[in-house]
Ligand binder design. Structure first.
Ligand code: SF4
Ligand code: SF4
Length: 192
């Protein structure tokens, strides 16, 4: 899973939320930095057993600037801290075809099957769809392989409109199954 376009530099963090012992982004992200290259799904070699970073003071730029959607977006529900929920929300810069302006969207990555049972998943996805934010579902391939990703605004529009939580979750489940079946390619890093 490559990092999407970075969020605006002035995007604030949600007060009262901290990473704690979470280090999902140190595993789930593909990092392409001159100092560190690693594919998604592989735990960073600098991650210590307690999930802290062995090179924190000198960690690469990508690590310094990345915060997930749970840290940035208040409407991503509180129970969705990535290590507790298996749901990693990332900000996604989508370039508008007409104007070239970057519009902020979100990517919901389901890290494992139990993520579908995470409290607040359907509500958070529905909030984004209802607000007409571009929303993507991302299903990671095996460690080191590419993910499947699809935009879900259209397919969820009706169940969100009628507030049918079970239908929202059913569609996410179906899309996850399809994503797992899709062809995956080994991620190639610059150093290879
Ligand atoms: S995934 Fe989010 S909450 Fe977890 S360590 Fe990264 S930024 Fe913090
Ligand atoms: S260098 Fe540190 S912060 Fe960056 S991915 Fe590795 S463990 Fe995480």
């Amino acid at each position: 899973m490559d990092p999407p376009a970075p969020p605006p530099p002035d995007l604030p963090l949600v007060a009262g939320r901290s990473c704690g012992e979470c280090n999902v982004c140190c595993v789930a992200l593909t990092i392409r930095d001159p100092e560190l290259q690693k594919p998604q799904g592989i735990r960073c070699r600098n991650a210590l057993p307690d999930n802290s970073c062995a090179i924190y003071a000198t960690r690469p730029q990508q690590c310094r600037t990345f915060f997930c959607g749970w840290r940035h977006l208040k409407w991503v529900r509180e129970p969705l801290r990535p290590d507790r929920s298996g749901v990693l929300v990332r900000l996604h810069g989508e370039v508008t075809r007409e104007t070239g302006a970057v519009r902020l969207g979100v990517v919901f990555t389901l890290l494992h099957a139990a993520a579908l049972r995470a409290e607040g998943l359907a509500e958070s996805v529905a909030a984004a769809v209802a607000a007409d934010v571009p929303v993507f579902l991302n299903i990671p391939g095996p460690p080191g392989y590419t993910s499947a990703q699809v935009k879900i605004n259209e397919v969820l529009a009706e169940p969100v409109r009628v507030k049918d939580k079970q239908a929202v979750l059913g569609i996410l489940r179906q899309l996850r199954r399809l994503g797992l079946k899709g062809a995956k390619q080994k991620i190639r890093l610059e150093a290879e």
